[in-house]
Design a binder for this molecule. Structure first.
Ligand code: ZN
Length: 297
């Protein structure tokens, strides 16, 4: 059984800088989100191992937002993540966006998600990320449910408008919501009157590396965190070709889903070289966000 990571968490929390790279993995199996996904090769364990090796090399401790069905299928992998000192957090039971779940559906889903993570060895679960950043003005009821269930923070908002998701006008920094739950929105940059992410997923892979490094450096120098997200498939060069979910069957967008995967780990290492040390979200909340509030009291 994995051991509790509470002691390590406390000892590291005091070293967490406001200018941290909040790298995270949205731990889901893309095969379970596409029709007939079971006919494709299993790739999640190998991809997670690649992230774990990278994190060990750069001495980073990250957050894995984990879908319940992955926790149920791969308990040994979940135990390995916890044993390596990383944080396990919720990403719903089967990756259903919040608008489809509704308030009662989300409550029931998260109770299952928490149970699955605990069965797999998570000693303490404080964080949540909504599937496809589906926490928006229309699903803001979710914060009250997160508070009821004891969550400390969410990292579920993309603070710009988008036909599918996104919350226009949401703060671009970490804020405590009226429910008391912290929101750590995805980091974005302004371009042509819009805001786009740059530190995660397809954006991190498709944007020029020099631009991403510039944007990350600018945030870190300003003493601000960079909130990013990656999936197991983002570094997978061996995954079979198939249409990814939530793309409206667009072949052009699906092509982007496979772009520059072989460069992800090199690009991530370059971010760490900029001084963006990788820390767990729960540690960041405790040491930086709540620490700043304590200092004001
Ligand atoms: Zn996801």
């Amino acid at each position: 059984m994995p051991t509790s990571t509470t002691e390590g968490r406390n000892s590291v929390a005091s070293e967490v800088s406001a200018a941290s790279f909040l790298f995270s993995v949205d731990l889901e199996d893309v095969r379970s989100l596409v029709p007939d996904g079971g006919k494709y090769a299993e790739r999640v364990p190998a991809n997670v191992e690649a992230y774990l090796q990278f994190l060990e090399e750069c001495q980073g401790r990250a957050t894995f937002f984990t879908v319940g069905d992955v926790a149920r299928r791969y308990p040994e992998l979940i135990a390995r993540i916890a044993d390596a000192g990383h944080e396990l957090a919720c990403h719903t039971s089967d990756h259903t966006p919040l608008g489809r779940l509704g308030p009662d559906g989300l409550r029931a889903d998260l109770e299952r998600n928490l149970e699955d993570l605990r069965k797999a060895g998570a000693s303490r679960v404080e964080g949540f990320r909504a599937p496809i950043f589906s926490l928006t003005a229309r699903t803001a009821w979710a914060y009250e449910i997160l508070r009821e269930l004891g969550f400390t923070y969410s990292s579920s908002v993309l603070p710009h408008s988008n036909p599918m998701y996104g919350w226009e006008g949401f703060a671009t920094n970490c804020v405590r919501t009226p429910s008391g739950v912290w929101e750590m929105p995805l980091t974005t940059f302004g371009v042509l009157g819009r805001r786009l992410p740059f530190a995660g997923g397809v954006y991190f892979r498709a944007l020029p590396a020099v631009l991403v490094r510039y944007l990350v450096r600018r945030r870190l120098v300003a003493g601000r965190p960079v909130v990013g997200y990656f999936h197991p498939y983002d570094l997978d060069t061996e995954q079979e070709r198939f249409m990814h979910p939530e793309l409206g069957e667009s072949r052009a967008l699906n092509g982007l889903m496979y772009m520059n995967r072989s460069r992800v780990l090199t690009r991530l290492a370059a971010i760490v070289d900029l001084g963006g040390s990788i820390v767990r979200y729960d540690e960041y909340v405790a040491a930086v966000l709540e620490g700043a509030e304590d200092a004001r009291d």
